[in-house]
Write a protein that binds this ligand. Structure first.
Ligand SMILES: [Zn+2]
Length: 182
């Protein structure tokens, strides 16, 4: 079932690259989703970076993506709670962690970490990348770490139907606009 959903995202990215949007943000779909509720196709965990807009990247309209954005696409309990809500209560079976090239949070972690509250983010990224200092490799490791964090979190919560969940990672190229599934 998730293959259909993944193909829906891939097709959306192809339309985005062509500048050929079909994303439905009309009043009609707004009213329909307000009355009948939301049935998003995927849960997307992405960076807060203003160049990384999941709804645009996957050419998705109102009600299609359940999106969580946080710098460095790192996960803590609030994000896991959001994922759990969409998976368990909205029955959304596809979870995508979307990292991106040129991520400032990953860069900050690689150059020694941040200060103040930013350190909570860079510490989590450093946990994911270990001694790696190549930004592209670090970006992938950070995505894979988030995927594993979700898997582990849900394995510890048997009330979540983890057998039905498909947890994937991908990298968005901020220059080309392409999404590489990893
Ligand atoms: Zn970023």
């Amino acid at each position: 079932m998730t293959n259909v959903l993944i193909e829906r995202l891939r097709a959306g990215n192809r339309r985005y690259l062509k500048g050929d949007s079909e994303a439905d943000v009309t009043a009609a779909v707004r009213l329909e989703t307000a009355e009948k509720g939301q049935h998003p196709a995927a849960i997307v965990i992405a960076c807060s970076d203003s160049r990384v807009i999941p709804e645009a990247i996957f050419d998705s309209g109102i009600g299609e993506l359940f999106t969580i954005r946080v710098a460095g696409n790192v996960l803590d309990r609030h994000q896991l709670g959001s994922i759990e809500y969409a998976a368990a209560h909205l029955h959304c079976p596809l979870i995508l962690v979307l990292g991106h090239t040129g991520c400032g949070a990953v860069g900050a972690a690689l150059s020694g970490g941040g200060e103040g509250y930013i350190q909570y983010i860079t510490d989590e990224i450093l946990l994911a990348v270990g001694s790696v200092r190549d930004p592209d490799t670090a970006c992938r490791l950070n995505v894979q770490h988030a995927v594993e964090t979700i898997r582990r979190a849900f394995a510890e919560h048997p009330e979540i139907p983890s057998a039905n969940l498909d947890i994937r990672g991908a990298i968005y190229d901020i220059r080309s606009g392409e999404v590489e599934w990893i």
